[in-house]
Design a protein around this ligand. Sequence first.
Ligand code: FAD
Length: 409
Amino acid sequence: MKHYDLLIIGGGMVGASLACALRPLIRRQGLTLGIIESQPLTNDPGVLQPSYDARSTALAWGTREIYEELGLWSALSRNVTPIRSVHVSDRGHFGMSRLEHEEMGVEALGYVVENRWLGSVLQSDLQSDSTIEWIAPARVNRLRAGDTGMLLELDKQGETETLSADLTILADGGRSGLAQQLGIGERSNAYQQRALIANVTTSKPHQGVAYERFTDQGPMALLPLSDGRSALVWTLPEDEADAVLSLDDSAFLQRLQSRFGYRLGRLQRVGERFSYPLSLKWTSEQVRPGLVVLGNAAHSLHPVAGQGYNLALRDLMTLVRVLEQGVAEGKPLGELSLLSHYVALQQQDQTRTVGFSDRVVRLFSNQQPLLNQVRGLGLLGLELSPGLKHWFTRQAMGLVGEPGHSRFD
Ligand SMILES: Cc1cc2nc3c(=O)[nH]c(=O)nc-3n(C[C@H](O)[C@H](O)[C@H](O)COP(=O)(O)OP(=O)(O)OC[C@H]3O[C@@H](n4cnc5c(N)ncnc54)[C@H](O)[C@@H]3O)c2cc1C
């Protein structure tokens, strides 16, 4: 049975980013690191993994800082669209707020990247590194505790193999039931909503503005993309999503136009449409001896506030720092006290970010008259109160420390 110091289950956006972040540690210490991914590897941006589908992701400013630290920003930034301002509005209400990059003293509040591009940058960077072993396509079917660390049973194109590791990071997106096999519980709040995703071409240029619009059916976002396109994330009640998905392109654009309005002129063209059920999920345990649960496997958020991936990156950077410190002090990688320290350090950020996304969605998806008034006031309040607006913008930018300092200061 082959043994590794570290094994990552899932080479999606989170697992691959973690491998990049671990690289200095494994080189310095001569550690072994493997990533097990059930999809075949590819550098061809035309072939998609589940993580790198037609979706785009809004990267917060804090995430740019992370990718700069990892030496990946110059490659990534070749295909990102800066968000210069965020326009927040509430359909049928007067409240409106605009968050500007100048107010925060940065060149952009964040960036929109197509998952496909992010995936290919991460994968090609890791594949050129001989210190990291990709084990793909291979699917982990069983995960259990061994004497030292975890034991992983893999299906490698029809052959079964068992591997072991001092520290296993479960970054499977919560898709494969491995956490449940270990008896790790999951709490979830279903929003009874689906997210419709598509790229839309508009007659007016977006000029780097990201639109967040709250409607009586749920929030929608149009994020600026290259070539005059915007990335749509449209939340709809479950029962309506299928009907909207099955509309032909022109009826779909008409429906969207009536919901979104004419801020970007006429909505002219729509690409392929996808839909995702939405819920807030989080595991009851994120660490055990020899195990860390990370990314969507640990917590999955409503996409409207664009926080899930950004939070996962902050988590993984903290984990890497804790591991570096632990190794320097001679501690085993899988020691529970070390891993619990990671959770303790990230707890406040996780609670705040999950709470922020959840509150925004609930407040702005609700039809009750009193809440309607409160949310109108909420947006006006945001516009009128510089302190509140500054806080909101910093949260959206992924800068979660004290005002005036990035969390890596
Ligand atoms: C519509 C939508 C829009 C979003 N927009 C944003 C946004 O703007 N900003 C933001 O911060 N976040 C956003 N998010 C959240 C973001 O997409 C997630 O945080 C991110 O995809 C989580 O990545 P992950 O690597 O944890 O999981 P995944 O992307 O699911 O990757 C898991 C990987 O593990 C592999 N795998 C699974 N099981 C196994 C197994 N048993 N063995 C081996 N490999 C396995 C899979 O093939 C996959 O490659 C959005 C989410 C949605 C649904």
